[in-house]
Ligand binder design. Sequence first.
Ligand SMILES: [Zn+2]
Length: 414
Amino acid sequence: MNQPPKTNLNTVSVPDDLRHVFLTAQEYVKNYFSFVQSDPEKGLIKFSGERYILVRASSMSKEFFDMMALMYKDRGKEEARNLSFNFLFDIAHSIGKADAKSFFSKMAVTDPIEKLSAGPIHFAYTGWASVKIHPLSSPTPDENYYLIYDHPYSFEAQAWLEKEEKTDFPVCVMNAGYSSGWCEESFGISLVTAEIECRAKGDRHCRFIMAPPSKIKDHITKYSKKAYIKYEHYKKIDVPEFFKRKRLEDELRSHKDHLEELVQKRTDKLTKTNQQLEEANIALKVVLKQTEQKEKADKENFLVNIKHSVMPYLNELTQTNLNKEQQSLLDQLEKNIHHITSPLISKLSSKYLNLTPMEIKVATLVKDGVANKEIANTLNVSLNTITSHRYKIRTKLGLKNKDTNLRSYLLSLE
Ligand SMILES: [Zn+2]
């Protein structure tokens, strides 16, 4: 850098050991802003060939907060204020970083303090505020970085004060954003800024502390105790985070991904359980079917045994000469056997009855109350054939030589 000119340092206030560097920067920025070109016909303003835009200060401060409060009135003052804060901080921080880069390149400086020096002066020339860096500051490119500074004439505090509206929160969020953006770019480390006192809320100055994120809370606490700031005030001091919404979005997305993964796992587990249940159900049905078949087969075997091992002897006994008492006992025996077997016969196959397919057809029509002649017509056979079938059915059912009505008996089998 060139030798500093022998003029007063009047656009920024810095500790004595930094004056030399800042005087050089002041000279550079002063010359830079002396070459102005304003051409409303083309809608442009340029300083040293670099295009600038003018923005009315209050519209980026008090009036912006008011507009957001109106837009978000359904969500409450605090949310509206936080949104305004985040939005203005992000914009100002980005501008601070970009302006810093542009100046490093123009001034051809590489040292962090030299890089920093043009920031406050550019800040003053562009109308944001003047800057007063306190002697306790220690701007080093490491974890010990500490900058404590005031922004007298902050455009943001003034916007509130002119409306005579006192706030209960520090309002100079663009001032904080721009200065931390510029310094971050100068020192190549992550830096955050908190405005710990603000004229808009009745304090004597707009005072800021800038430090690495891991150190800022400690510095705020130390300073507040020394300055007798009440705990309930300094514990609420907000430390703006550059693109906080991006971090929140990332967190939200990560939560969403995690939730989707959980849902998928649960769904897979449920699907598997369902499959296992279905398989168990099928197995159970098979077992039930086998049990039913076994039960049916047992009943049929029992009936077949009765028919072949008991009934022939009973019939033979009927043909013998029995006295009255024996006949009575035999009748009772037949009744009891019928009583035991008839519930089992119902719904069983015709295996037990030994009916032919034709006999089953005839028996079904008899059971339905169809007269013999009609049965003969329906089955297209003679009346004699039907009579013959009925005789065989009665024999097979054990009704031969008995008064039992065939239809009634068939109905009782159902
Ligand atoms: Zn302020």
